[in-house]
Write a new protein. Structure first.
Length: 258
């Protein structure tokens, strides 16, 4: 079975790696858009058209399940993708893990891009799931871009700035950008040991597996990995291979090596 994952950059890699671990036989199609990344600052109509068009291309390539492991794509275009693809192609979106964090923590920080931090979407999630908690929104300026570039000094500087903006008494941090789990070890190294980290990759991967099982394709897959860059088939970016999750994708059973 072919599962397509859509994001402008490397935010899809943590979810893709979890899928590879859960179901190594799945054929994964990673559809990135480096020519137009990041999507966050783009107008909503532009994002909708881009994500819907990419999803339609994924289905043309044989995808039976489509995943949006990207907060921007999910909040802006998820309903439009579902409408365009119809009921026969399940579409899995992403929601920051505010609800599970609020279930166990009184003091929470949400690390996200500047655009997501300022969004009505994040404000609604906080109001819905964490209105009874103390929540601090932390804009992690430049962190996602530095992760996409594989820029180690830029990553370190962005994490340091985010830690400085995070209250000392937080109990949990929600990673509100799907890029951030790629540098989890570097984030944790700069935080007190008592802080619990929450991200959405595991939940999205698990939901994808459920939808895969519901589709029940007769063709299980061979574990092939293919990568599309702004509509053209290419290689997994070198920056992705810098991270453990990127290496896992390449080393997975049957994965295409570049």
């Amino acid at each position: 079975m072919i599962v397509a994952l859509i994001d402008s950059g490397l935010g899809m890699v943590p979810t893709s790696a979890r899928l590879r671990s859960l179901r190594p036989e799945l054929d994964l199609v990673l559809m990135m858009d480096p020519d137009n990344a990041p999507w966050g600052p783009k107008p909503d109509r532009w994002v909708i058209d881009r994500v819907v068009g990419t999803a339609q291309q994924a289905v043309d390539l044989g995808a039976e399940v489509v995943v949006l492991p990207c907060n921007t794509a999910s909040v802006t275009a998820l309903s439009h993708v579902r409408a365009a693809l119809g009921d026969s192609v399940p579409v899995v979106g992403t929601v920051p893990a505010i609800k599970p964090a609020a279930a166990v923590s009184d003091r929470i920080a949400i690390w996200a891009t500047a655009a997501t931090t300022a969004s009505a979407y994040q404000a609604r999630l906080i109001e819905e799931f964490a209105s009874h908690r103390t929540v601090t929104s932390v804009a992690c300026h430049g962190l996602a871009d530095a992760i996409d570039r594989g820029d180690a000094p830029g990553i370190s500087a962005a994490i340091t700035a985010a830690v400085a903006s995070t209250p000392d008494d937080v109990e949990s941090i929600v990673m509100g950008c799907t890029h951030y789990p790629l540098v989890l070890d570097e984030i944790v190294a700069q935080l007190p040991t008592r802080v619990t980290m929450f991200d959405s990759a595991e939940a999205v991967a698990n939901q994808t597996v459920r939808r895969v099982d519901e589709v029940g394709s007769a063709v299980s897959g061979t574990g092939r990995l293919s990568v599309w860059l702004s509509g053209v088939e290419g290689d997994l970016p070198a920056s992705a291979q810098r991270y453990r999750e990127g290496q896992l994708l390449l080393d997975g059973a049957g994965a295409r090596r570049f």
